[in-house]
Ligand binder design. Sequence first.
Ligand SMILES: C[S@@+](CC[C@H](N)C(=O)[O-])C[C@H]1O[C@@H](n2cnc3c(N)ncnc32)[C@H](O)[C@@H]1O
Length: 207
Amino acid sequence: MHKIAVLAVGPGSPEYLPPAVVGKVKECDLLVGGKRNLALFDLQGREKIEIKGKLDPVLAEIKREMVNRKIGILVSGDTGIYSILPRLVREFGRAALDVYPGISAVQYMFARLGLCWQDARYLSLHGRKLDGLAAEVEGEGIVALFTDKKHSPAVVCRTLAEAGLKDKKVYIGEDLSYPTEKISEGRAEDFTAHSGSDLNLVVICSE
Ligand SMILES: C[S@@+](CC[C@H](N)C(=O)[O-])C[C@H]1O[C@@H](n2cnc3c(N)ncnc32)[C@H](O)[C@@H]1O
């Protein structure tokens, strides 16, 4: 039985794709991933499964196929933060996986800001309610938020402003590493009507 390669592709631009991952992709005979991650490679004539919605049927197919085939699962950013790695470990066990790291969107964003990420806290808003958000960010320190369509930077900033945190420093990183990249800096009150890319990361700090 082949190990399943879990391959982190970085924030999205080919320039930030790890060479080790490029090499592994060449070795695989079935690639699995979201549209944005698959699009990083020339996969013409190669077998692939696009993850579109529910993961269960995809995992069932991987289970069937892993007996005979070298499978690579593409993961955005790094595998170590808000990725499907924990789900894969539950499903297949760590010994069945060969995990390759990448540059997280958060690492990339902090580098662009010239800030360290060692003391930051990270929250994912995917499928979450914003009830506790103000309490999570009101103190000192830096918090990075992985957003989704529903929890846009504008919704986040309105939530902060309504909780009396309109002066919080906010950075919004959109389409990081792509030619359309845009990083904005201001206070929460400046972004309550912000509209921009759905692919974004919000960093909130107190200074
Ligand atoms: C499911 S999380 C995956 C995080 C990933 N494991 C990482 O290390 O970056 C997806 C979220 O990461 C953020 N993200 C990923 N790539 C991004 C990019 N190129 N620009 C801005 N935000 C990005 C967005 O908040 C997106 O909703």
